[in-house]
Design a protein around this ligand. Sequence first.
Ligand code: T3D
Length: 259
Amino acid sequence: MTYETLTFELCEGLAVLTLNQPDSLNAFSAKMKEELLAVFTDLSSETSTARALIITGSGRGFCAGADLTETGSKASLEVLLNETYHPFLRALRGLEIPVITAVNGVAAGAGLSLALHGDLIVASDKASFLMAFVRIGLVPDAGGSFLLPRLIGEARARRMMMLGEQIDAQTAYDWGMVTHLVPADSLMETATKLGIQFATGPTRSLAGIRTLLQSSSDNSYEEQLSLEAKVQGTLGASADFKEGATAFLEKRKAVFTGK
Ligand code: T3D
């Protein structure tokens, strides 16, 4: 499959999706949103062989949020969000494979929201993070108002959302927004290494961990105990659990198949 606004490669279970409209710092054009939905839908199909996904940007930006050259052409931003952003965001969040966002440069507006959808967020030391919405008279969207306070706490989220402060990669790391901070020239090497660890790991266990983490801050303790038991109940019958336990007893490295 070829795309106009993205590149997509899949090698030995590791998918790499690159936003590829560098002239606009990979801002979300209508076409890009359509293509993102197509990619995430393919990745969620039963026939997909991907076991991990890296999302990054080409050029000097990760993603600058909504393409402001296109905005204004639609009457209602509510409809636009519901119809063109939420489908691909839901598809991304619902993926049953781990997601790494490799943030190569500025992540602004809905582009920052996209970056925050990574299970691991690996930032280049050239990355920066900007809740740009208030600067243009909007509110955070694309899941940003949900994810950001959960990662960095409300006080810091208020600074970013209400003052529109652009923070550098070191601050993002110190605040707990990103999981890894690396020199720009080793960003993809680090992300790929982590991606390979995921792509050769127990995929269903990793999907289960995504499910548990996505629920933990909203569930009660009792609800989370039940969810843990339910997910564990499924994993207990998996080939990877059998392999993991057998490999431990045989004192060898487990070979996980993702089944
Ligand atoms: O309408 C809807 O879809 C509703 C949904 C809204 C969700 C949102 O995401 S709202 C927030 C939209 N994003 C922004 O407001 C960010 C706008 N961009 C910036 O503030 C700055 O570009 C950055 C801080 C991200 C980076 O600054 P800098 O100085 O490194 O780069 P630059 O020179 O501003 O930008 C480089 C080029 O990218 C430039 O084009 P040119 O002059 O070289 O031809 C600039 O116009 C273009 N660009 C940057 N951001 C966008 C963009 N083009 C279209 N849309 C953008 N968002």
